[in-house]
Design a protein around this ligand. Structure first.
Ligand code: SF4
Length: 384
């Protein structure tokens, strides 16, 4: 490499925030060396395997007490897209997911809907639950009984709620989005979303570390952040991982404008910028599992294999991506074919990566072992 900083990265030397900013600036003119460095690190630590999780997306309740200006997932009472799944609907969907040989039951909700909406409180009462978190604890038990592995993404849960969910969830998720307070200021995307204040998010992630929960987190790119803020956000995740060792993967999600939102006129995240950030994440955390959602880059997702990713995230053969409903997931067989074309083998993982198996209970570990191959991934004959 011509870049001394990138040579330092490849020699395992510690890299500072200022170094990364310099690498970013150079990459804006010519990103080839950065991409090559990321590719080398990816190859060194992740080989030629690209993973995904075969999932069913349970849109448990999409009312939300907060408002992010880019979000189309959230629904108001009376809207067509409103979802409030009954116990029976969840159980039916679980059984269908099992038939499709899904492995992950992804449970998603808005942020504490019962704090804001009477309709959400009524829904909980009708189903005999006091809170959305309590509902999720039970839904997770049903998932396990059906032979699926729960992964809950329900916003800022408390320490005790996470401790309860930990008994059934092999991993959990909470996007950091960005560690910048500026994005919560007036006129910015998180102004009306107190749960997105970096301090609150980092506290929940800290709690997940104390509880030793394998955690998925990530960053949303293209919502008005500066390069400095993105780099700081990646370092914030690295710091958490150094402290607790429980961050199992980092999702890098590119913003795509949604028609019915305040940010509908905002441009989509520019692809080269997105790739540079993916590569920077790889050089900041060389051994991390790094994921981009293929449905949000439908024409070019396979090209991200050469800038440092090693995972496509959850793909459902059964349910839409309710967070990005206009972007359907590519068919699993097409992802396999497109990954193969550029030299990578698609394999199905559990919602927990094998390196984190020691974090979960003996009971959960045993359930995994029934359909696990010698690499700790899902047996091919099961998911294909
Ligand atoms: S992104 Fe999450 S917190 Fe923000 S409005 Fe949507 S559901 Fe609520």
């Amino acid at each position: 490499m011509n870049s001394e900083r990138l040579n330092n990265v490849l020699e395992n030397k510690i890299i500072s925030n200022a170094d990364v900013l310099q690498i970013y600036q150079e990459a804006r003119t010519d990103s080839s060396e950065l991409f090559l460095a990321a590719q080398n690190l990816r190859k060194k630590f992740k080989g030629k395997t690209i993973t995904f999780s075969k999932k069913a997306f349970f849109n448990v309740i999409n009312m939300c007490k907060d408002t992010c200006t880019y979000c189309t997932y959230k629904a108001e009472p009376g809207e067509e897209k409103l979802s409030m799944m009954s116990k029976q609907q969840i159980k039916q969907m679980l059984s269908l997911a099992k038939k499709y040989r899904c492995v992950e039951a992804l449970f998603v909700t808005g942020e504490r809907p019962e704090q804001r909406y009477q309709e959400a409180r009524d829904w909980l009462a009708e189903n005999d639950f006091k809170s959305t978190a309590e509902y999720l604890t039970h839904a997770s038990e049903w998932a396990l009984e059906e032979g699926l592995f729960p992964h809950t993404n329900a916003g800022n849960l408390t320490y005790d709620e996470m401790k309860d969910l930990q008994k059934t969830n092999v991993s959990m998720g909470l996007m950091l989005e960005n560690s910048s307070e500026r994005l919560s200021m007036k006129g910015m995307p998180h102004y009306l979303a107190p749960s997105k204040r970096p301090k609150s998010r980092l506290e929940v992630l800290e709690n997940s570390g104390k509880l030793k929960i394998p955690m998925t987190t990530g960053i949303l790119l293209g919502i008005g952040e500066t390069p400095e803020e993105i780099i700081e956000s990646i370092f914030a995740i690295k710091k958490l991982h150094e402290k607790y060792g429980n961050i199992q993967e980092v999702i890098l999600q590119n913003f795509q404008p949604k028609l019915d939102t305040a940010m509908s006129n905002f441009p989509s995240t520019e692809e080269n910028y997105f790739k540079i950030i993916v590569s920077l994440t790889r050089i900041i955390m060389p051994e991390m599992n790094i994921q981009i959602p293929p449905n949000l880059s439908p024409k070019s997702y396979q090209s991200f294999l050469s800038v440092g990713i090693n995972d496509w995230g959850g793909i459902s053969p059964l349910t839409p991506d309710y967070v990005n409903p206009e972007f359907s997931w590519p068919k699993i067989k097409n992802i396999a074919k497109n990954s193969k074309k550029v030299g990578f083998d698609l394999k199905c993982r559990f919602p927990i990566y094998p390196e984190f198996f020691s974090f979960i209970s003996k009971e959960l570990r045993e359930k995994i072992s029934f359909i696990e191959d010698e690499e700790g991934l899902v047996k091919e004959e099961y998911w294909r």
